[in-house]
Design a protein around this ligand. Structure first.
Ligand code: SAH
Length: 243
């Protein structure tokens, strides 16, 4: 496993190219936030950095994979909430297909409204739970990449997400600063789910009105099929997380 630093300068430049669309997304998020209780982050600058720029923390890794496969990527974003990182990735890379899976109906409604208003043609929104959807043949091992931000601790994340990924594909996880220990304890669980930790990259998000946020992006590579009995039902996953 490598431990590197992530530079977000090029991600910032990509965001700037899509400023008009993203400003409309930001306005919708701030306007609808009270109604839907979508996010704690509610100033335009915070939305830009903590949601939009952060969503692109994985962009260089994804661009590289897309170059390698020579095809537009098929991405599944699990527990996407108000659409992060999935909808931002869909906006900046319109040839990729992004499916956004979210358990809470009102959040899916918000995402649909955003996709309609912004005229996004490469997104599918899905209201459901990862541990159930992962057993459907149409979704099992069908995606180049699965993404998840702020969803669950690593062993739970591995179980919820890796069944969706094709062999050779990636799991990309947006994490906080203290990922080292979490990864060490999760190594066996990730292996059991058919993957290995490939890299962990740290980065900092800086805004004027808040303390710098120290974050990391974890990259797992799917090397084997995930055993059929996984993921288990959520109650069991929580009660008996993979060791
Ligand atoms: N990724 C978004 C939201 C994080 S909050 C962001 O970073 O802003 C976690 C979200 O995951 C919540 O909206 C919750 O409803 C959803 N969620 C939790 N467990 C889930 C599951 N098993 N399947 C699908 N969605 C789930």
């Amino acid at each position: 496993m490598n431990n590197g630093k992530l530079n977000l300068d090029s991600a910032q430049a990509v965001l700037d190219e899509h400023r008009e669309t993203l400003d409309r997304f930001s306005e919708l998020l701030i306007a609808e936030n009270q109604k839907y209780n979508l996010t704690r982050i509610d100033s335009p600058e915070q939305v830009w950095v903590r949601h939009f720029l952060d969503s692109l923390a994985g962009l260089s890794v994804l661009d590289e994979l897309s170059k390698k496969t020579g095809k537009p990527l098929k991405i599944l974003d699990i527990g996407s909430g108000a659409g992060f990182p999935g909808l931002v990735l869909a906006i900046v890379r319109p040839v990729w297909q992004v499916t956004s899976l979210e358990a809470t109906e009102k959040k899916v409604k918000f995402q649909k409204m955003v996709c309609d208003t912004l005229g996004l043609k490469n997104t599918t929104t899905l209201n459901g739970r990862a541990e159930a959807v992962a057993h459907h043949a149409a979704y099992r091992q069908r995606f180049d990449v699965v993404t998840a931000r702020a969803l669950a601790p690593m062993p739970v994340l591995a179980e919820l997400s890796l069944g969706f990924v094709k062999i050779g594909g990636l799991g990309l996880y947006w994490k906080g600063p203290s990922v080292k220990e979490e990864l060490q304890t999760a190594q066996a669980a990730i292996k059991q789910m058919g993957a290995k930790i490939e890299n962990s990259l740290s980065y900092t998000l800086q805004t004027e009105d808040a303390k710098p946020a120290k974050l990391s992006l974890v990259i797992c590579k799917k090397v084997n099929a995930m055993p059929k009995q996984y993921p288990r039902v959520y109650g069991i996953i929580k009660k008996k997380p993979l060791a």
